[in-house]
Design a protein around this ligand. Structure first.
Ligand code: NG1
Ligand code: MG
Length: 515
C-alpha cells in the first residue's frame, strides 16, 4: 500500500479547492469586505477545513492510526501585509460576535517570543494567536529578524465544540496565513504544517493527538485518510464505498474541549499514558524513567517485529495475548475481562503500580498538564484503545477491498462497516466514557432509521454523530431523525439543515493567491 501514500513532506501547492464551486461567492464576498475595511485587496486567502472522524476515537495520542475525512465547512483567512508599525496584527472577523483584535508579539532579552493567550476562557483570537506563536518560534529565531504587520479578515463555518475540529481549522488556517505573510510559504510542507499546528493547539491548553490537524491539512479531494503517527506522520487516501453516504448529526449539546480538558480530554490523555507505562511494566518492556511511552510503542517493543506496519492479524494476535495483562491493570485480582465497572485507581495507587516515586510520577505525568480526578481508569481506557485500533484497520481494509471489487455484496460490506461503527460507539460509551446521553439517544435513533452504523465523532461528551446511511435513503433518514430526536423538533428548517447534513470527503488546507 506504500505507493498510495500522499507525499506529506512535499511543498504545499497553492490551489483553490475547485471541488467547491458553490463557495466562490463566499470567497469573493470575503475579499470585497476586506477591501472595504482595509482599503486594498487581500493578497492571499488561506483555507483549512474541519473534519469528521469515521472511526478511531481517542487513539491518535496513543499513536494508533485513525480514519478521518475533511469536510466542506472551513475557516478562511483573507490577509495582506500592512505598512503600519512593526509586527502589528490587525485581526477581524466577518461575524460581529467575534470582536476585532489588535496585538503584537514581544521578544524578551533572550530572544524568546511572548504573546498573551488566555486559556481560562474561550476566545476566538486565542486560536489565531496560537497559530502565530508557532510561526514566530520556528521562523524568527534570530534576534535581527522581525515579523511583518498584517491585516486579517476571517470567516468560519465549522461549528465549535461539536467534534468537527473547528479549533484545528482555525489553527491550521492561521498558521498557514502567518507563515505565508512572512514569506515562509515556499518549502512549507503539509507534514510541517501538521507538526506546527499540533504544537500550536497545545498552546491553547489541549494535548491534542494530531488527527485533526492532519485531516485539515493533508487530504486530496474525495478521499478519507488513513493517518498513522508512528514512527512518523504518514497518510493514505482511502476511497469510501459507493452506495453509502456519511450523515453528520449534531446532538445539540456542545462540549468545549478547551474548558473541560481537566476532567475530560487531558485526563484521558494522562490515563492512557499511565496505562501504557503500567502495562509495559507487567510485560517486562523497558521504559526510560522520564519517557511517556504510548500504548502503540508498548505493543511495538513487546512484539518487536522488524516492521512498524500493523496488520489486523498482528494486532488481533497481540490483543489476544496482551488483553489478559491489560486486565491486570485493574486492582482487583479476580477481575474478569467482562467486568468493566470497577471504580479505578486513586492517584496513590496509580503511583504505586507505575513503579515510579511520587515525584517522578508527578514530573512525567502531571507536571505538564492540568487534570482533576479522584479516580483514574487504566484498564477500560487501554481496552478501548486496543480494540478501537483494530476496528480502524478493519474498516480501512473493508474500504480497500470494496475499491478492488473483492467483496461481492455491497449490502454485506456496508453492514460490516456499520457494525464496526456501532462497536466503536459502545466502546466510547462504556470503556472510554466519552459519550453523552444525547449522543447515545441519537445513535440509537439513527440505527432504527436505517443507518448501517452510527457513532459519536471527535472527542465526544457532546457534539456530533456520524452515521453510514444507504445512499438512496438519506432523505428519509434525515426526516426520521428530525421527527424522533426531541431537540430537533424545536428547530427552524435552516437550523435543522445546519444540525443534520450529508457530507462527502473534502479537500485539505490551501493558500489561494488573489490576483
Ligand atoms: P475534536 O473533538 O474534534 O477536537 C479531539 C482531538 C483529536 C482526537 C479526538 C478524539 C484536538 C484538537 N483534537 O478532536 O486529536 O484525539 O478528540 O478522537 O484535541
Ligand atoms: Mg478541537
Amino acid at each position: 500500500m506504500a505507493e498510495l501514500a500522499i507525499p506529506v513532506y512535499d511543498a504545499l501547492s497553492s490551489v483553490y479547492p475547485d471541488s467547491y464551486p458553490n463557495q466562490a461567492t463566499r470567497w469573493n464576498a470575503l475579499a470585497e469586505e476586506f477591501t472595504a475595511r482595509f482599503g486594498r485587496k487581500p493578497t492571499h486567502i488561506c483555507r483549512a477545513p474541519g473534519r469528521v472522524n469515521l472511526i478511531g476515537e481517542h487513539i491518535d495520542y496513543a499513536l494508533f492510526g485513525v480514519l478521518p475525512a475533511a469536510i466542506e465547512p472551513d475557516f478562511l483567512v483573507a490577509c495582506a501585509v500592512s505598512e503600519s508599525g512593526k509586527g502589528q496584527i490587525n485581526l477581524q472577523n466577518l461575524n460581529a460576535k467575534y470582536k476585532p483584535q489588535h496585538f503584537a508579539a514581544q521578544r524578551d532579552q533572550n530572544g524568546k517570543w511572548h504573546l498573551d493567550i488566555d486559556t481560562t476562557e474561550l476566545r476566538w483570537d486565542s486560536y489565531v494567536k496560537a497559530g502565530y506563536y508557532g510561526v514566530l518560534e520556528n521562523f524568527f529565531t534570530h534576534n535581527d529578524a522581525e515579523p511583518v504587520s498584517i491585516d486579517m479578515l476571517c470567516t468560519g463555518t465549522v461549528p465549535g465544540g461539536s467534534g468537527l475540529s473547528s479549533s484545528a481549522a482555525v489553527i491550521v488556517a492561521s498558521t498557514l496565513a502567518f507563515a505565508t505573510m512572512n514569506g515562509h510559504h515556499a518549502g512549507f510542507t503539509r507534514g510541517r504544517l501538521v507538526e506546527l499546528s499540533m504544537e500550536n493547539e497545545r498552546r491553547v491548553g489541549v494535548n491534542s493527538g494530531g488527527m485533526d490537524q492532519a485531516a485539515s491539512a493533508i487530504p486530496p479531494a474525495n478521499s478519507a485518510l488513513y493517518i498513522t503517527f508512528y514512527p512518523k506522520l504518514h497518510a493514505e487516501p482511502i476511497a469510501l464505498p459507493e452506495h453509502a453516504v456519511l450523515v453528520i448529526a449534531h446532538s445539540l449539546f456542545v462540549s468545549e474541549k478547551a474548558l473541560t480538558a481537566k476532567t475530560n480530554y487531558n485526563l484521558r490523555v494522562v490515563e492512557t499514558l499511565v496505562a501504557a507505562r503500567v502495562l509495559a511494566r507487567r510485560l517486562g518492556v523497558e521504559v526510560g524513567k522520564t519517557e511517556k511511552i504510548t500504548l502503540r510503542e508498548v505493543l511495538q517493543r513487546w512484539t518487536a517485529p522488524n516492521t512498524t506496519e500493523l496488520s489486523p492479524e498482528a494486532l488481533r494476535d497481540a490483543l489476544e495475548r496482551i488483553l489478559p495483562h491489560v486486565a491486570g491493570l485493574k486492582l482487583d485480582d479476580d477481575a474478569s475481562l467482562d467486568n468493566d465497572d470497577d471504580t479505578g485507581h486513586t492517584l496513590d495507587e496509580m503511583v504505586e503500580v507505575s513503579g515510579l516515586s511520587a515525584s517522578e510520577f508527578h514530573d512525567v505525568y502531571l507536571s505538564w498538564v492540568d487534570v482533576e480526578a479522584t479516580h483514574f481508569q487504566l484498564y477500560k481506557r487501554a481496552k478501548h484503545v486496543f480494540t478501537e485500533a483494530l476496528r480502524v484497520l478493519q474498516v480501512r481494509d473493508l474500504c480497500l477491498a470494496a475499491a478492488d471489487g473483492q467483496i461481492p455484496s455491497d449490502e454485506k460490506l456496508l453492514q460490516s462497516i456499520g457494525d464496526l461503527f456501532n462497536a466503536s460507539q459502545t466502546s466510547c460509551d462504556q470503556l472510554f466514557n466519552c459519550s453523552a446521553e444525547g449522543l447515545n439517544t441519537l445513535t440509537t435513533i439513527a440505527r432504527k432509521a436505517g443507518a448501517y452504523g452510527s457513532r459519536l465523532t471527535g472527542a465526544g461528551w457532546g457534539g456530533c454523530t456520524v452515521s453510514l446511511v444507504p445512499a438512496d435513503q438519506v432523505e428519509h433518514f434525515i426526516k426520521t431523525l428530525a421527527e424522533e430526536y426531541a431537540p430537533y423538533r424545536e428547530l427552524t428548517p435552516e437550523a435543522l439543515a445546519d444540525a443534520v447534513f450529508a457530507t462527502k470527503p473534502g479537500s485539505g488546507a490551501c493558500v489561494y493567491t488573489v490576483s
